[in-house]
Write a protein that binds this ligand. Structure first.
Ligand SMILES: Cc1ncc(COP(=O)(O)O)c(C=O)c1O
Length: 372
């Protein structure tokens, strides 16, 4: 019998561990508290939902392939030149396009130890090699990133703040990173959680994109705008990078309903402000309370907290996870991010947050090991 030769993907593709999203249901349970994907507990702005509903009459039409209305609305909201904005089906789309455009076989792209998992996936998918720079205190370390640069480096991916740690580096450090990188290396500043950050020393990347030829900032409507279901992300780029992305992106990579809802969401900044305030309140409250019951919590600037458990003693992260599932609560296991002993919790509604706190208090105090 002859053995058929099968089509083969580029070698890097088979090294990819497919991305596993946060769970959305617990076994055997109908209603759950899902705090596993950093979605907003407030939902999308009613204006965005209305705009989405209003465009369903003509599903036979292609949307505007240039997402012009959305790019103009983003430009107005952030004071940016719309011609240098590129929209995508989520920022995942943009990150993959950047990898595809700027990486080839033998190239290297740097990300940090606990960096967002899409970076190695996009890098391997483009035939290049992911290079991991160590972090300090679960935070990106500029010197460690610079130490990993070789003649083959083409991209540095930096999530700021990072998922799943929630940590960030100040703008001075981002500038120091840019200044230390060779000019031909593209610095990709992934600011998916920028709207949540309330720190004087933080800057999402707009200024650096405006003042350099080799920095891109990526953003998303999936987090604070509550439109993850629709898949909208965007990049602010040097004109040459925008031109490159426009050549390789799907010609209609953002759907009509997504464009309409995105524009309306940008027009409701009061909704965004409410989400920021809710998050500030609950993130600090939860961090304090979870510390009191004996968990170590990584300081976060975003809309989630990384909770560290201890191995053994019945108090490990997998055991906590099981316990929470029984209570209809889903947090995110982060083993593939290098944290087998941690869970990531997205800030939820008051009801959800209190449910997590009650459940983890019972879990930690069983056999009297809590500090309370
Ligand atoms: C750091 C970071 N970047 C990008 C994304 C991708 O978001 P989306 O593709 O929904 O825009 C996420 C989502 O979890 C993220 O955490």
């Amino acid at each position: 019998m002859t053995v058929l030769e099968r089509p083969q993907p580029r070698p890097g593709v088979l090294k990819i561990q497919a991305y596993v999203p946060g769970k959305s249901h617990a076994p055997g349970v109908a209603k759950v508290f899902k705090l596993s994907s950093n979605e907003t507990p407030l939902g999308a702005s009613p204006k965005a939902i209305e705009a989405y509903g209003a465009v369903g009459r003509h599903l036979e039409d292609y949307p505007d392939g240039a997402s012009s209305e959305l790019r103009e609305a983003i430009g107005r909201a952030f004071g940016l030149d719309p011609s240098r904005i590129v929209c995508g089906a989520g920022s995942d789309d943009i990150l993959n396009l950047l990898a595809r455009a700027y990486l080839q076989d033998g190239d290297e792209a740097i990300h940090t130890t606990h960096g967002f998992l899409v970076y190695p996936i996009a890098t391997l998918g483009a035939g290049a090699t992911p290079v991991v720079a160590p972090e300090k205190d679960f935070t990106a370390d500029v010197d460690a990133i610079l130490a990993k640069v070789t003649p083959r480096t083409r991209i540095v991916f930096l999530a700021n703040p990072n998922n799943p740690t929630g940590t960030y580096i100040p703008f001075d450090e981002v500038k120091r990173l840019r200044a230390g990188l060779p000019d031909h290396v593209l610095l990709v500043l992934d600011a998916a959680y920028a709207e949540y950050v309330r720190r004087n020393d933080y800057e999402a990347g707009i200024e650096l994109v405006a003042t350099t030829q080799n920095t891109v900032m990526t953003r998303t409507f999936s987090k604070i705008y509550g439109l993850a279901y629709l898949r909208i992300g965007w990049a602010y780029c040097p004109a040459e990078v925008a031109d490159v992305l426009n050549r390789i992106r799907g010609p209609f990579n953002v759907s009509g309903p997504a464009i309409a809802a995105g524009v309306a969401a940008l027009g409701d900044q009061a909704w965004v402000q409410r989400a920021v305030e809710h998050n500030e309140l609950w993130r600090s409250r939860m961090a304090d309370e979870l510390f009191v019951i004996g968990l170590s919590v990584t300081p976060s600037a975003a809309n989630f907290l990384l909770l560290h458990f201890k191995k053994g003693n019945g108090k490990s992260a997998p055991e906590a996870n099981e316990f929470l599932h029984e209570k209809r609560i889903i947090l995110r296991r982060v083993t593939e991010y290098g944290f087998p002993d941690a869970l990531r919790m997205t800030m939820g509604t008051e009801e959800e947050n209190r449910a997590v706190l009650d459940a983890l208090t019972s879990f930690m105090s069983a056999n009297g090991s809590s500090r309370r």
